[in-house]
Design a protein around this ligand. Structure first.
Ligand code: 13P
Length: 247
């Protein structure tokens, strides 16, 4: 049985002092024996939030990282820096990074491999635009993304990672995919993992749905056999996140 994993993606919200206050507010609300909980926070909030969640089971994640260990890459943050700060997970390939910061699959493949090398667990995002869905190329597009991003990743590594299916049209729009739409794609992703690796890897990998998840729709989404939790944006910044974790 796969353990569910619910991760909050705080995006570019919360100054360090606000981040500590939010973490402290959420800690008692997100205690769970059955669900892994992750706060993915802005880089500048990592150190204080790691401190704030000490002694709890909550893990801290980053929202991005670079693929080089160190050097002349002004403004970037490396995997060893994240590990040293106490980070366990890193979101890679979020559609906002793909769109606004022009991250492509060649770059993301380097980042994914570096995350594993450093001992971080990637939360690798994929997902189609509304146009792609209407053209009927959703699954083709996601296959292309994941096959490219996972090139050179071993079965053992893949089994330990998290994939987040986030249809772009459902992000921040309040327009959640129906549980059947989400399950169709998450199931197809699991089949792809079986094809790229094997049955055991496909059974082990955790696949989240993301896109307007909230306390009211989490239970139906997470009841689907191939949906192992959620990557949550807006609702992760408020008490509603506790309802999602305890769906
Ligand atoms: P919302 O939950 O705000 O739609 O954001 C989803 C998301 O992008 C999580 O990574």
């Amino acid at each position: 049985m796969r353990r569910k994993i619910v991760a909050g993606n705080w995006k570019m919200n919360m100054t360090p002092s606000q981040a500590v206050a939010l973490a402290k507010e959420l800690i008692p609300l997100v205690e769970s024996e059955n669900v892994d909980v992750v706060f993915c926070v802005p880089a500048i909030d990592i150190v204080p939030v790691v401190e704030a969640v000490k002694g709890t089971k909550i893990a801290v994640g980053a929202e991005n990282m670079y693929f080089e260990d160190k050097g002349a890459f002004t403004g970037e943050i490396s995997a060893p820096m994240l590990v040293d700060a106490g980070v366990k997970y890193v979101i890679l390939g979020h559609s906002e990074r793909r769109e606004y910061f022009k991250e492509d699959d060649v770059l993301l493949n380097k980042k994914v491999k570096k995350a594993f090398e450093a001992g971080l667990t990637p939360i690798l995002c994929c997902g189609e635009t509304l146009e792609q869905r209407e053209l009927g190329v959703t699954l083709d597009f996601i296959r292309l993304q994941l096959k490219s991003d996972l090139a050179g990743v071993t079965a053992k590594q893949a089994a330990s990672m998290v994939i987040a299916y986030e249809p772009i049209w459902a992000i921040g729009t309040g327009k959640t995919a129906t549980s059947d739409q989400a399950e169709e794609v998450c199931g197809a992703i699991r089949k792809l993992i079986c094809e790229l690796y094997d049955e055991a890897t496909a059974e082990a990998i955790r696949i989240q749905y993301g896109g307007s998840v909230n306390g009211g729709n989490a239970a139906e989404l997470f009841a689907k056999p191939d949906i192992d939790g959620g990557l949550v944006g807006g609702a992760s910044l408020k008490a509603d996140f506790g309802k999602i974790v305890n769906y």
